[in-house]
Design a protein around this ligand. Structure first.
Ligand code: ADE
Length: 489
């Protein structure tokens, strides 16, 4: 709002400046013309007098005519300039009135916003506030880092007190400074909103808390103790039967998202985690797009991970792209799962530039490994069709098209949804999941002054202490959240 106001003021002052210049210019022009016309008028009348007195004219009669015409043209120009000046003055008055009206609206809205914030701070029970019901880092012990990426850092933490004392969570920490520097507040806010929208849906990450300090955003999620499918695909290769279960669970996750107007845009092995029973958990909604019910499901931004990007997303034409980009990525995931991590458009043994990968995705046919079953090959090649309208899942029926494919024949979708179908393997119990007497927890690290925490999260920071960081409450207002289950317990 502030910057909009500033822009309007700048515009108003620019108009004022231009107007003054124009007025000055018209005045100068007028004076010049008058000075120039006076002698010429004198000359004309001298000529007429001489003619009347019978004195032969010093030049042809056309000279007088020409002077008259020039004079007329100049007056026409002066009048035109005057009309432009009048029009600009009336437009400026209108603009000034609009700015004043806008100022009034903005100050009313600011008043309302402040009143709302005040009310909320007083009742302290709403599940949306700047600070989430007193939840903060002091209530968690940090056990270790689960992952570091461009998005921030994910820690394994244990809740210290409250109804969920002792419970392990994955805590994702994002730096506000990086978010603002990269101009991605919308991504951070969308991620938090998507997490709330998909709570309690199987095969999707579950949020428990979201809160913030002046410098950081925190998301507290279910800890998926089985790690991610990228790491697993390096540890062991999956049979088609095993891969089919992960693929089917991910199809259900994407179906839930798409039905709620959410495009994931970053489906990849790293973002498919495994929970304590080994079921797939689609996570990381950092670049997801959430459409309003009335909106057309068409996006235009270039985002995601190159190796998984659909051609229409890379090309970013005016027409944009839709949910079918997620089905393309699933085609890549399927191939990688069945081949120990090999992509149909990249060769791990040969290094390729981004340009070469882009060229292959847009122009070349996918290189599908020959030793896969006929149905698996067909499933992958139909997901990797360049035209999103002809791609499996790209039609009206969406996910149903995938479910009907022979590769997934015989899958009991209702049992799968209820997690009645066992996952290919269950992750092993770790020390940390068995209690707090493990080596790692004999000296738990708290967030304040934690060396792990500092090392991992301060690398991209401008290192401003909380007290000096510019206030971004307005940008991240509404980020904080406490899950209803915590409220009830
Ligand atoms: N890495 C990112 N998110 C995670 C989660 N929820 N559980 C485990 N590891 C993760």
């Amino acid at each position: 709002m502030e910057s909009k106001k500033r822009t309007e003021w700048r515009y108003a002052w620019l108009c004022r400046g231009l107007l003054s210049m124009l007025t000055a210019w018209v005045l100068v022009l007028e004076v010049k013309i008058k000075l120039w016309i006076a002698p010429s008028r004198q000359e004309t009348s001298n000529l007429k007098n001489a003619q009347a007195a019978g004195v032969p004219s010093s030049g042809p009669a056309e000279v007088a005519q020409e002077i008259q015409e020039l004079e007329d043209k100049l007056w026409e120009k002066i009048n035109c300039a005057k009309r432009i000046k009048d029009r600009l003055i009336s437009q400026f008055m209108q603009l000034d009135a609009d700015i004043q009206a806008n100022d009034k609206i903005i100050s009313e809205l600011m008043k309302k916003l402040n009143a709302l914030k005040h009310e909320e701070a007083e009742d302290g029970v709403g599940n949306i506030s700047t600070r989430a019901d007193g939840v903060d880092t002091a209530q968690f012990n940090v056990l270790r880092i689960l992952g570091v990426g461009g998005f921030g850092t994910v820690f394994l933490v244990r809740k210290k007190g409250g109804a969920d004392a002792g419970r392990l969570y994955a805590m994702k920490v994002l730096e506000k400074s990086s978010i603002i520097r990269n101009d991605t507040p919308t991504h951070a806010l969308t991620e938090r909103l998507v997490l709330e929208a998909v709570r309690n849906l199987p095969f999707l990450a579950t949020i428990h808390y979201a809160f913030q300090t002046d410098t950081k955003l925190y998301l507290v999620l279910d800890y998926a103790r089985g790690g991610n499918l990228r790491t697993k695909s390096y540890e062991r290769s999956f049979t088609e039967d095993e891969a089919r279960i992960y693929i089917s669970e991910t199809i259900l996750a994407l179906e839930y998202l798409h039905k709620r107007g959410i495009m994931h845009r970053d489906v990849k092995l790293e973002n498919i985690l495994l929970d304590s029973d080994g079921h797939a958990v689609l996570s990381d909604f950092g670049v997801s797009k959430m459409f309003l019910p009335c909106e057309q499901h068409q996006a235009h931004s270039y985002c995601g991970t190159l190796g998984y990007m659909a051609p229409e997303l890379i090309e970013s034409s005016d027409a944009g792209y839709d949910m079918a980009v997620d089905w393309w990525s699933l085609g890549i995931v399927t191939h990688e799962l069945l081949t120990g991590g090999e992509s149909p458009f990249e060769t791990r043994s040969v290094s390729q530039t981004r340009k070469e990968i882009i060229h292959r995705i847009i122009e070349d046919e996918p290189c599908i490994q020959n030793d896969l079953s006929v149905h698996a090959k067909d499933f992958i090649s139909k997901l990797l069709v360049k035209d999103p309208r002809k791609r499996l899942g790209g039609g009206e029926d969406g996910a149903e098209e995938l479910k009907r494919h022979p590769f997934l024949n015989g899958m009991n979708w209702s049992d799968l949804e209820q997690k009645k179908i066992s996952a290919p393997f269950a992750p092993q119990e770790t020390n940390e999941s068995q209690g707090s007497n493990s080596v790692e927890e004999s000296s738990p690290i708290s967030f304040a002054g934690s060396p792990i925490f500092s090392a991992a999260t301060q690398t991209t920071l401008t290192n401003l202490p909380d007290s000096q960081f510019p206030n971004c409450d307005d940008i991240f207002w509404g980020y904080s959240y406490v899950s209803p289950s915590v409220h009830c317990s």
